[in-house]
Design a protein. Structure first.
Length: 321
């Protein structure tokens, strides 16, 4: 296979989060999904809601009433116990992104990379044909990220958020090890890499971000989607008291945030914590998608992993000045 000199860039700037005075978040509706385990990613397409879970081998399709309509296999691993794949062999599908090509809709489902062999995959699902059309081992891409980011032997790769725009693809490293990062890749190079039998890795760019802390716990990127006109990213960042990418910990809450692309400012991120009746909702938001948006007002769907084989789906309203 051909090889190509990879040009890489790492931003040394640490972008910090801004105050939440300009963000207002309201919980409008929620439902406990007893038959959908460990929700980790969500996309809304043609009025339907598609959800993946980190320890389920299926892609789930729901309607606007949050009722499961169908489920489709994403991997050949059907060794489930109570609909869940045991942690030691699960694919750890932590993120999902929609993209369109030639008028057709596709979903790209990505493993976290937190363990070799079992968590190395990216699958592409064709929504028209209702089947997988491509699968690729992306461990070389994870290793490139570690190299560019100067990971130490103690640092863990843990990609938990993923979004595909018209010009670029964005992966987000969760900061279990204080490394909250945004990895940017040109869209055409990324799609060429995942859809072709080619070992050529794409050029990547990395930016570091400092996210808010709560009760001595650093929040970490956990879900993402593209804002209108690709001016930025809407993301979730959850608070879980754990120091690694494998173990569950006490769930302290979650933030919804806006990351605007502005290289000249270090106040590109604003966040707001999810609350209900002024009380923190102790949930681990893992994915987010936009139902509708207009001039800084967003109707959203978000999902959470309960760490018990069930999930919660939320309808949220975010107002941004």
């Amino acid at each position: 296979m051909k090889q190509l000199l990879i040009i890489i860039a790492l931003s040394s700037v640490l972008f910090t989060f801004g105050q939440n005075d300009n963000l207002k978040l309201k919980l409008k509706k929620q439902k406990h999904l007893l038959d959908l385990p460990s929700a980790s990613g969500v996309e809304i397409i043609d009025g339907n809601i598609f959800i993946i879970g980190d320890d389920t081998p299926f892609l789930y399709k729901l309607n606007q009433d949050f009722i499961i309509l169908e489920k489709y296999p994403l991997s050949g691993n059907d060794s489930t116990v109570n609909n869940r794949v045991p942690g030691i062999i699960k694919g750890d599908f932590e993120s999902m992104a929609r993209y369109k090509k030639g008028g057709w809709n596709y979903l790209a489902v990505l493993s976290s990379g937190s363990k070799k062999i079992t968590r190395d995959s990216l699958h592409v699902f064709d929504l028209s044909e209702k089947k997988l059309i491509a699968s690729k081992n992306v461990r070389p891409l994870f290793e490139l990220i570690q190299k560019v980011a100067n990971f130490t032997t103690n640092d863990e790769i843990n990609i938990e958020a993923f979004a595909i725009g018209k010009r670029a693809v964005y992966l987000m490293q969760r900061g279990n090890n204080n490394l909250n990062m945004l990895i940017s890749i040109k869209r055409k190079d990324f799609l060429k890499y995942i859809l072709n039998d080619d070992s050529t890795l794409p050029e990547i760019k990395i930016q570091n971000f400092k996210l808010p802390e709560f009760k001595n716990t650093l929040s970490g990127f956990s879900g993402a989607c593209i804002l209108e006109n690709e001016k930025g990213i809407l993301f979730t960042a959850s608070l879980e008291a754990t120091d690694n990418a494998y173990s569950d910990g006490e769930i302290l809450g979650s933030y919804v945030g806006v990351l605007k692309f502005n290289k000249k400012s270090n106040a590109d991120i604003q966040t707001v914590m999810l609350k209900s009746n002024d009380k923190i909702v102790k949930t681990k938001l893992e994915g987010i998608s936009i139902i509708s948006q207009h001039k800084g007002n967003y109707n959203l769907i978000a999902v959470s992993d309960n760490d018990d084989g069930t999930s919660i789906i939320y309808k949220l309203e975010l107002n941004s000045k």
